[in-house]
Design a protein around this ligand. Structure first.
Ligand code: ADP
Ligand code: MG
Length: 615
């Protein structure tokens, strides 16, 4: 039989390799930015059109390339960065595989202009689908410009697979952030469709973080600095009170390379233990310097995960230095007389005037009267918190003012069409619901027993309510006495802009929509002022992870996020009225049986099933 094995032609091999290196426009951005850094540039410009689908261009003022190197740089495994296998263990560069340019050129139209400082003229090279179309002498500034056009033009399946411009732009912005944060000593510009998104001048680390994440970030940062023989750690963690419900601003860099590490993340979380609740995440920007021979970057093709020789030591050092800094910060107000006391006030209250504290006296209070209903109503369990979530049920009536959060709120269940208990003759004293483990509501129906998951059930109730509010634009807003200013990054503000209209239909009211902040003048009636910020954070993070393309699914995602964030959690004690209202509201829903996230909201157990258990 004839031999059948053949070597793949280069352009085919390159296309296959491209699949690994280039998943989306953001991968190209990452590779080009890293090449520019490796070339020793001090000023790097990123220009994209249509979220990188039409154009991705990176212009640097680095070392440039000779005509021969320019041509060679597009060959597979062509790299100037390592020569021997040993070099792999002392990497100081981002790249080393020599695959990026070859891969990119296999699946796009590429134009490179490059000139070394010592040369008067440069080289212009055009490559399309791995084929060199032209190479000529050109006049061009010192450094390199690589323009990548029509990405995936020859792989329609990949091109069709790309997400909406918003999603792709977000991925690109993420990559840009990571590179820009790792190199504050480099000036970065970022243009999208002709408008400047970022202009980051050379600065110190703190300033770079603030320039990227917005003005208010500065006051959140607690510096970390720890120098040991094994590792130097620098950077910042965010003060505990600025922890977010979502994992947004969490960055590790090792030798100026962004990495992901759940192990190191755990070390930081451990240092925050006791300072923040379980359901929020600390923010951090942490930079490690280690001996390059003590890490292995080679284990992951996209190089965001690396392996440390001595993970345990690193863990211990990181945890203790974060702990130490947080501790220092906590005692700082006593020792530091120059401290601006304004910084100690939560941001939402900063510009408010102090009010006279209200004193409430219960005129009917009789210390000798026995409290009969104690176990149900007051329960001693964070009373005002209970009042707070009760307000979630108020429905669409306006509240008189925001202090309502702390007053007792009347339950409204009139909206409900037909009670779930209609035909139930319990014969008991009316207590027909029972809360089990602060998690489930147990109640009886004609045929037997229902056990309701309170969190999921409330999600369903809120979800349908918000869905209705958004679609018929009937959400009622409660005006804030003092507008609330929230700060976001530019990318987040852009996203908020897209969601503005839908948010307004739920009852949000915005006034100043600035580049990096927004003024909130009203919130939906069932949202408290303090929840507004958490909600928007959650929303931005949800939308960053999963951006729906059509208007319908945007509404759906919005309602889901709102319901997820606002629903009462497991672990919260509900009084009988609230339990009952939840049950009634749930069964007044269009789809009571499943949560917005497709989870079962309740289970039933028929009397005969119970009978069977007693056999
Ligand atoms: P790697 O970065 O892994 O070496 P690449 O395919 O990204 O592989 O680049 C190949 C080579 O091209 C690099 O090793 C470098 O010598 C050269 N090169 C790429 N981009 C630039 C640039 N912006 N400036 C100077 N040289 C560059
Ligand atoms: Mg490279």
């Amino acid at each position: 039989m004839a031999d059948i094995i053949k070597l793949l032609p280069d352009h085919v091999a390159n296309q296959i390799a491209a699949g690994e290196v280039v998943q989306r426009p953001a991968s190209v951005v990452k590779e080009l930015l890293e090449n520019a850094i490796d070339a020793g540039s001090t000023h790097i410009k990123l220009i994209i059109k249509d979220a990188g689908k039409t154009l991705i261009q990176v212009i640097d003022n680095g070392m440039g390339m000779s005509a021969t190197d320019a041509r060679l740089s597009f060959e597979r495994h062509a790299t100037s960065k390592i020569q021997t296998a040993e070099d792999l263990f002392k990497l100081n560069t981002k790249g080393f595989r020599g695959e990026a340019l070859a891969s990119i050129a296999a699946i796009a139209h590429v134009e490179m202009n490059t000139r070394e400082e010592t040369n008067d003229v440069g080289t212009k090279l055009i490559i399309e689908g791995s084929k060199v179309v032209s190479q000529e002498v050109t006049v061009t500034p010192k450094g390199t410009s690589v323009a990548v056009k029509n990405l995936f033009y020859n792989i329609p399946a990949r091109r069709n697979f790309l997400k909406s411009d918003n999603v792709e732009l977000r991925h690109i912005t993420d990559e840009f952030h990571r590179v820009a944060m790792a190199h504050p000593n480099v000036h970065f510009d970022f243009y999208n469709n002709g408008s400047e998104i970022f202009n980051l001048p050379v600065s110190n680390l703190r300033q770079r973080v603030v320039n990227i994440f917005g003005g208010k970030t500065n006051e959140k940062l607690v510096p970390i600095s720890e120098n040991t023989e094994v590792v130097n750690i620098n950077g910042f963690v965010c003060k505990p009170e600025f922890s977010k419900k979502t994992r947004g601003e969490q960055f590790f860099f090792v030798n100026n390379r962004f990495i992901k590490s759940s192990y190191l993340h755990h070390a930081v979380s451990a240092a925050f233990e006791g300072l923040i609740n379980d359901n929020v995440h600390p923010g951090y920007f942490l930079y490690f310097e280690v001996n390059p021979s003590s890490i292995d970057i080679n284990i992951h093709p996209t190089k965001t995960e690396i392996k440390f020789d001595d993970e345990h030591t690193l863990y211990a050092i990181l945890r203790s230095s974060v702990k130490h800094s947080l501790g220092q910060f906590n005692v700082a107000p006593v020792l530091d007389f120059e401290r601006d006391s304004n910084l100690d006030t939560p941001y939402s209250y900063k510009n408010k005037q102090a009010g006279v504290p209200a004193i409430e006296v219960d005129a009917g209070f009789n210390p000798f009267k026995e409290e009969t209903k104690k176990s149900f109503s007051s329960s001693g369990f964070k009373k005002d918190k209970t009042a707070n979530w009760e307000s979630l049920y108020v429905g669409l009536e306006s509240k008189s003012n925001f202090e309502n959060d702390f007053s007792t709120v009347q339950f409204e269940s009139e909206e409900v069409t037909g009670s779930f208990f209609e035909d139930e003759k319990t014969g008991t004293d009316g207590a027909i619901t029972y809360q089990l483990h602060r998690k489930y509501i147990v109640t009886t129906i004609k045929s037997g027993l229902v056990i309701i998951d309170q969190y999921r059930a409330h999600q369903r109730v809120l979800y349908e309510q918000f869905l209705k509010n958004i679609t018929v634009k009937e959400g009622v807003s409660q005006q804030l006495l003092f507008p609330l200013t929230l700060t976001f990054s530019k990318a987040e503000m852009q996203l908020l802009g897209e969601l503005k209209e839908s948010l307004e239909s739920t009852g949000f009211a915005f006034s100043g929509f600035k580049e990096d902040s927004v003024e909130i003048t009203g919130v939906p009636v069932n949202v408290t002022e303090s929840e507004a910020g958490i909600l928007l954070d959650q929303l931005l993070s949800d939308f960053q992870q999963e951006v729906p393309d059509s208007g319908f699914s945007q509404t759906d995602l919005l309602a889901k996020t709102l319901s997820k964030t606002l629903a009462i959690r497991s672990g919260e004690k509900l009084d009988v009225n609230s339990q009952e209202a939840l049950v009634n509201n749930l069964f007044a829903c269009k789809e009571p049986a499943i949560s917005p996230f497709n989870k079962q909201t309740y289970i039933t157990m028929a009397v005969n099933e119970i009978d069977n258990k007693f056999l």
